[in-house]
Ligand binder design. Structure first.
Ligand SMILES: Cc1cc2nc3c(=O)[nH]c(=O)nc-3n(C[C@H](O)[C@H](O)[C@H](O)COP(=O)(O)O)c2cc1C
Length: 302
């Protein structure tokens, strides 16, 4: 129902597994030599603490919940679903009005469960829908009542057209003492499609690999060609992928590409969302290999 959206807008898992690997290695070496009880007294015994991850999320209409479930399963994590004391109205326009008023007044909504017990978790996956270009207001409420200092925080989101990078940047500002990692994001259209769970699960697997190797957004942009003028083929790809996003009034200006299993297109565009002022933005589109589907819009962002 929110498809017609008119909006422009593990590492600790790694650390933990590295710790486990290290400890396992130590354990087997010790049992092999049979010297378990002859450690010098001066060395404090290392007690590896088995920490679990926690998936914290808010979802109004289920798309973010779908992604949260994938993270939960992938990391066998515990789950904390943020719930509003007074849920948003059921229609899109009234939700826009309610969220707009909350943002305007910075009066964040009351939660049923304001406080999470975070003590036993090193890593928190924090999921939210993008609303007005950043996280949904219930996330501000949650951050007001909980301290993520010292945690590895892995943001993930669903959106109409974009907001992944901007929301992660805001999270970094609000939680300066947390280790906020690269964020995962997927559009509502892609994740709510019939094969949406499989698509997201595959992407999240790749996302974990990116986290483990410490990739940044800048590094992920590597491998693109220089921006060049559009060919007729580029324009056709752009038109096919953006047909449901007329409200953004996107005009492609130039493009660069990256060959993967298919092709990623990065269009530099002029955007006049809702007839507003022209801004320059990037539109990422993926074109699968021939016969494997239509070009699809991945994200609109700077
Ligand atoms: C009030 C409101 C504001 C939104 N603002 C944006 C936005 O600024 N940018 C965007 O790309 N999507 C926006 N969306 C779309 C949602 O991010 C998207 O539909 C999301 O997948 C909803 O997640 P959910 O099903 O978990 O609630 C907005 C949706 C609502 C209801």
């Amino acid at each position: 129902m929110f498809q017609k959206l008119k909006f422009f807008a593990a590492v600790s898992v790694v650390a933990t597994s590295a710790l486990f690997l290290a400890c396992n290695g130590q354990e087997s070496a010790q049992s092999k030599t049979g010297e378990k009880n002859v450690q010098p007294a001066a060395q404090p015994a290392e007690q590896p603490v088995a920490t679990k991850s926690l998936v914290i999320f808010y979802s109004q209409n289920g798309a973010t919940k779908k992604v949260a479930e994938i993270f939960q399963k992938a990391r066998n994590a515990d789950v904390f679903e943020i719930a509003l004391a007074t849920p948003y109205p059921s229609t899109y326009d009234s939700t826009i009005a309610a969220v707009g008023a909350q943002r305007e007044s910075k009066q964040w909504p009351a939660l049923v469960n304001a406080k999470a017990d975070l003590a036993k978790y090193d890593t928190v996956f924090l999921g939210y829908p993008i609303m007005f270009g950043s996280f949904a207001p219930p996330i501000y409420s949650f951050l007001d009542s909980n301290d993520l200092s010292g945690k590895v925080v892995v943001p993930f989101c669903t959106y109409g057209s974009g907001g992944r990078k901007a929301s992660a940047a805001e999270l970094k500002t609000l939680e300066p003492n947390a280790n906020v990692t690269l964020a995962y994001g997927i559009s509502n259209k892609r994740v709510t499609a019939e094969n949406g769970s499989e698509v997201a699960a595959k992407e999240i697997e790749a996302f974990f690999a990116d986290l483990e190797t410490g990739k940044t957004d800048e590094m992920l942009m590597g491998g693109y060609s220089e921006q060049r003028p559009l060919t007729a083929e580029d324009s056709a790809v752009f038109a096919a992928a953006t047909k449901d996003y007329a409200y953004l009034s996107l005009k492609p200006l130039s493009v660069s590409t990256q060959v993967v299993a298919g092709t990623n297109f990065l269009f530099t565009c002029e955007m006049k969302a809702f007839g507003g002022p022209a801004v320059q933005t990037n539109v990422k589109i993926f074109r699968p290999l021939p016969g494997r589907g239509e070009p699809e819009l991945i994200v609109v962002e700077k």
